[in-house]
Design a protein around this ligand. Structure first.
Ligand SMILES: Cc1ncc(C[n+]2csc(CCOP(=O)(O)OP(=O)(O)O)c2C)c(N)n1
Length: 627
């Protein structure tokens, strides 16, 4: 048969295809995904798992009017392929190309730009409510959410609301038994019980057969669905959680059987009130290495071999490795130290810590606000919890950092990974805001290591403080500065060299760029010093005083937003000290959301590399010379 995918300009065509043609299309989509992974790292296993679900949805609903939100959004690739983006697909996750997450600027079929888990049920409910109030109740609203995202607290806030509103909202639970790592917690066990229900396992084929005979609408369909539910309930030997919340529960059904999926979707389309359709899929479906190891294939490096594995390169150490090793060392030294992750054990490379200290390793699932409050409880009880978390996801815990941690002045340590530009994941994953949102809280100590050495030293320092501390570092290969190092002291920067003409004050790992720039400027006859700021809060006031009185110009450098960040803190300190700061240039992330692309190219684009620092120094020196 002729390939279908290249001809597919819009998803409307899907409604005219037979199940057989849809199956062929599913294969073509999987081939496109495999091909993509032969060129670059991308989300893979999750996308393989939703191919049939995506096709079934687009062939039953009309998402030009109906509403569809893919929770988190990392499993959006099949949706992109069938909504007119096949031709651009090879550009995905590259600068200027398609985003790896939903993006309304790319397509009207993407309603929200997302990347953080757990918001889909809320936004779908809001869309539905808006459509009802605006007289467009014919528009269906569908959220597809994975079992990893499903335990997010917000999902239950939304389900509670939906149950009360009795909204016509369809929530499809895509249950593949996995978050990035195997799912954890009580809800995971509950879903296991639903999945292993004898009614589902034993009668699966029977259901498929009966389903063909059931009319789609009206009383017979209702009776059929009621019977199914009774069967599931009987197998559960207990209450039905979702039904008790006001949802009508349907399933579990086979998420790779296009005929069954389409039949169910057509039926639920006609039903009133909130519905939870439980769809069982296999993460990595259709590519056996991914199905066998969905953790590795969640977002693997580009394929190099037939089994999809990447060549094992001489592994360069990353800041994430440095943080993990420092955590392991502290846990070995002190039995009160615990580590918490919110479903990011793999991303934070914590597996060896989990295996070495199973009693003191806590995976809360994708529940960042809970993780922080949980850590506060541990700290109050006398432990020394480390919350190991991506900068962007800690945003979910803003209020817990305020109330449970800093207001109580509890010694919780935050290790913020992926601080700064996260690269190809783009705006939802960049960690631009942490310096600004952490330094506002009384008691909080905020640090940014200048290199690999600082990470271990800062963690050691943090665990000796009687206060909350945060240490933020980027997603990058770690760098080590070859020079004698000062020990970490609260609120003290580290000066490598003082300059007559100017000083570069680096907050974070652009320190090596600052040193390289200063070395080059020396060759040009400019004496520019380099300082490792280390502390954003408390900021080193002695440094501020000296920089504004004993040298020509100051360049502050940070891989974080300029609004409220380190440079802003520097200017505030200058004002408090009554000093004029007109010779200060702040380099950092401008007041805009930053696109996706390789971290290096994004940094270069905003002048946060050696060349950018050089440029800023030369301009500042020229201004000084002119006055
Ligand atoms: C708030 C938040 N925390 C963490 C993540 C990182 N993350 C991305 S996908 C994922 C697993 C999601 O599991 P699930 O929803 O079951 O989807 P699957 O990949 O299994 O299809 C996690 C933890 C995130 N995107 N958002």
């Amino acid at each position: 048969m002729a390939p279908i995918l290249p001809q597919l300009e819009t998803p409307e065509l899907l409604r005219t295809l037979s199940v057989c043609q849809l199956q062929q299309l599913a294969e073509e989509i999987r081939e496109a995904l495999r091909h993509l992974l032969s060129t670059r790292s991308a989300h893979f296993a999750s996308n393989l798992g939703v191919v049939e679900l995506c096709l079934a949805l687009h062939s039953v609903f009309d998402f030009r009017r109906d509403r569809l939100i893919w929770d988190t959004g990392h499993q959006i690739y099949p949706h992109k392929l069938v909504t007119g983006r096949y031709r651009d697909f090879d550009s995905i996750r590259t600068r200027g190309g398609l985003m790896g997450y939903p993006n309304p600027a790319e397509s009207p079929y993407d309603l929200f730009m997302t990347g953080h888990a757990g918001a889909s049920v809320s936004t779908v409910l809001g869309l539905r409510s808006g459509d009802e109030l605006l007289g467009e109740s014919d528009r269906h609203a569908v959220a597809v959410i994975g079992d990893g995202a499903f335990p997010c607290g917000m999902v239950y806030e939304a389900m509670n609301n939906a149950g009360g509103l009795k909204s016509n909202a369809l929530v499809i639970l895509n249950d593949n038994k996995m978050s990035i790592c195997p799912r954890v917690g009580g809800l995971a066990s509950y879903l296991d019980r639903l999945r292993t229900n004898p009614f589902y396992t034993g009668l699966k084929s029977e259901v498929g057969r009966v389903l063909n005979k059931v009319p789609l609408f009206g009383d017979p369909a209702e009776r059929f669905l009621a019977q199914l539910k009774e069967g599931v309930k009987a197998g559960l030997h207990g209450g039905m959680l979702f039904e008790d919340l006001g949802f009508r529960y349907l399933g579990p059904i086979d998420g790779h059987d296009l005929a069954v999926l389409r039949k169910y979707l057509k039926m639920v389309k006609e039903l009133q009130g909130p519905i939870l359709l439980h769809v069982v899929t296999e993460k990595g479906h259709g590519y056996s290495p991914a199905a066998a190891d969905p953790v590795y294939f969640h977002s693997p490096p580009a394929f190099c071999s037939d089994d999809g594995r990447a060549e094992v390169k001489s592994s360069s150490r990353s800041f994430t490795d440095a943080a993990r090793d420092a955590i392991a060392e502290q846990m070995a030294r002190n039995s009160r130290v615990t580590v918490l992750t919110a479903a990011m054990c793999q991303g934070n490379k914590l597996e060896p810590v989990r295996d070495a200290f199973p009693d003191r390793f806590f995976d809360t699932g994708i529940c960042e606000s809970h993780a922080v409050a949980f850590a506060a409880g541990q700290a109050k009880a006398g432990l020394r919890p480390i919350v190991d978390i991506y900068s962007t996801f800690l945003q979910r815990s803003f209020d817990q950092i305020f109330q449970e941690v800093t207001l109580q002045n509890l010694p919780v340590t935050f290790m913020l990974d992926r601080a700064g530009l996260a690269g190809p994941d783009g705006p939802t994953h960049h960690g631009c805001f942490d310096l600004a949102y952490l330094r506002i809280f009384p008691h909080m100590v905020v640090m940014a290591p200048g290199d690999d050495h600082d990470i271990g030293a800062m963690l050691d320092f943090a665990l000796r403080q009687d206060a909350p501390c945060a240490i933020r570092y980027p997603k990058a290969t770690s760098k080590q500065i070859d020079a004698p190092r000062a020990s970490i002291e609260l609120g003290r920067s580290e000066t490598f060299h003082w300059g007559r003409d100017g000083v570069i004050v680096c907050c974070g790992t652009q320190l090596t760029d600052g040193l390289a720039a200063a070395a080059q400027l020396r060759g040009e006859g400019l004496d520019v010093g380099v300082v490792n700021a280390r502390f954003v809060k408390p900021i080193d006031r002695q440094l501020v005083q000296r920089a504004l009185t004993e040298t020509g110009f100051v360049i502050t450098v940070e891989e974080g937003c300029l609004a409220g960040g380190f440079g802003a803190a520097f200017l505030e300190a200058a004002a408090d000290l009554g000093l004029i700061a007109s010779n200060v240039t702040r380099l950092g992330i401008p007041d805009q959301f930053i696109e996706h692309g390789e971290r290096g190219e994004l940094l270069a684009n905003m002048g946060l590399d050696t060349a950018g620092i050089l440029r800023a120094c030369r301009e500042a020196a020229a201004r000084c010379a002119a006055t």
